[in-house]
Design a protein around this ligand. Structure first.
Ligand code: NAP
Length: 314
């Protein structure tokens, strides 16, 4: 069968929340012929208006239930804290055999919020595309966002394997590499690779904002000394990140505990002038960055990988 006549993988896709991630999925799925019809729902009138202008949806809805009606795949793309209310709204309108997924940056809390609300015969396959930028809203999205990025699926025990395969194939067609793990393991891994780094960035930028002896204009002027890279992360969406920390508390606290111990050890190396200890640590951390570049998850370019839309790993 030719590309042009091949049946799309998903006849009707519903996206709830047309921000950075939702609009990127809609764009990528349409461009790559993965879907027949894309129904987009958003609570905000101005976002719906912008989606109309940008033209990446076949139908636009104020009601997530209306968008989900008759959908084969529904993907919740609003901040994590909104998922339970959205699941309650779409639940009575889902057709038997429909698959519900999401893109939330935390997974255990999302499964706990959504799973009890879904009717029998509907499959839940949560997903987390580990791709993003610090920008929000429908204008920030782009079809290439997921290319060569990991998407982690966390299906609860007993999920229909055919539903898992369908979601895996969906993300593969959007350009992602797909991995499956439990939601608890996901939350622990992402706590150290994403959530704690964001907390550290929010904290160091906050500390600079409180300094009295160093002026605000000096902080901005000399930011290329390292601070600038933290400010990029610390400009990430406040609603999204509030919800991440409210919903992955245990794993974040566990990793913060370890971070605190290692920071205390590092502080001792500095205090006692242990140059060898510092050099050893910095050599090991440099190797980690080399591994990330070798894996194709970052470039070694001197612009620190900044290319138009800046990619990071939430
Ligand atoms: P975003 O750009 O802020 O978009 C979220 C959209 O959802 C907004 O238009 C928002 O409208 C809408 N919304 C909120 N509550 C809603 C509801 N009850 N019904 C319908 N629409 C609703 O956010 P995003 O960056 O795409 O993030 C969305 C999800 O993706 C989050 O769960 C996040 O954890 C996950 N994620 C984000 C990244 C990243 O880098 N940003 C990466 C991977 C995963 P309002 O503006 O009116 O609130």
């Amino acid at each position: 069968m030719s590309e042009a006549t091949r049946k799309p993988l998903v006849a009707r896709l519903a996206i709830v929340g047309a921000g950075l991630i939702g609009s990127s999925i809609a764009r990528a799925a349409r461009q790559r012929g993965v879907v027949g019809h894309v129904a987009v729902a958003d609570q905000s009138e101005s976002v719906r208006e912008r989606v109309r202008e940008l033209g990446f949806a076949d139908s636009i809805h104020a009601s997530s239930g209306e968008a989900a009606e008759g959908a084969d795949l529904v993907i919740l793309c609003a901040p994590v804290g909104a998922n339970a209310a959205i699941a309650a709204e779409i639940s009575p309108r889902l057709k038997p055999g429909a698959i519900v997924s999401d893109v939330g940056s935390v997974k255990s809390a999302v499964v706990a919020a959504i799973q009890p609300l879904l009717p029998a015969g509907v499959h839940l396959v949560p997903a987390h595309p580990v791709a993003g930028t610090e920008f929000s809203g429908p204008d920030a999205g782009f079809a290439e966002l997921f290319d060569n990025r990991w998407c982690i699926l966390t299906p609860p025990e007993g999920t229909d394997p055919a539903a898992i395969d369908a979601v895996r194939e969906f993300w593969r067609l959007l350009g992602s590499r797909v991995e499956i793990m439990t939601h608890a393991h996901h939350d622990l891994v992402l706590a150290i690779t994403s959530h704690v780094p964001h907390l550290i960035a929010y904290n160091i930028v906050g500390t600079a904002a409180h300094l009295e002896e160093v002026t605000r204009s000096e902080v901005i002027k000399f930011s290329a000394g390292g601070f600038r890279d933290f400010t990029r992360i610390a400009s990430s969406d406040p609603t999204m990140w509030r919800d991440v920390f409210l919903n992955n508390r245990d794993a974040v606290l566990e990793m913060l505990g370890r971070f605190g111990e290692d920071l205390a050890a590092l502080q001792r190396l500095v205090r006692y002038g242990d140059g060898e200890g510092l050099f050893d640590l910095f050599t090991r951390t440099r190797a980690i960055r080399r591994g990330i570049i070798d894996e194709g998850q970052e470039t070694a370019a001197p612009d620190f990988g900044r290319r138009g839309a800046e990619q990071k790993q939430p």
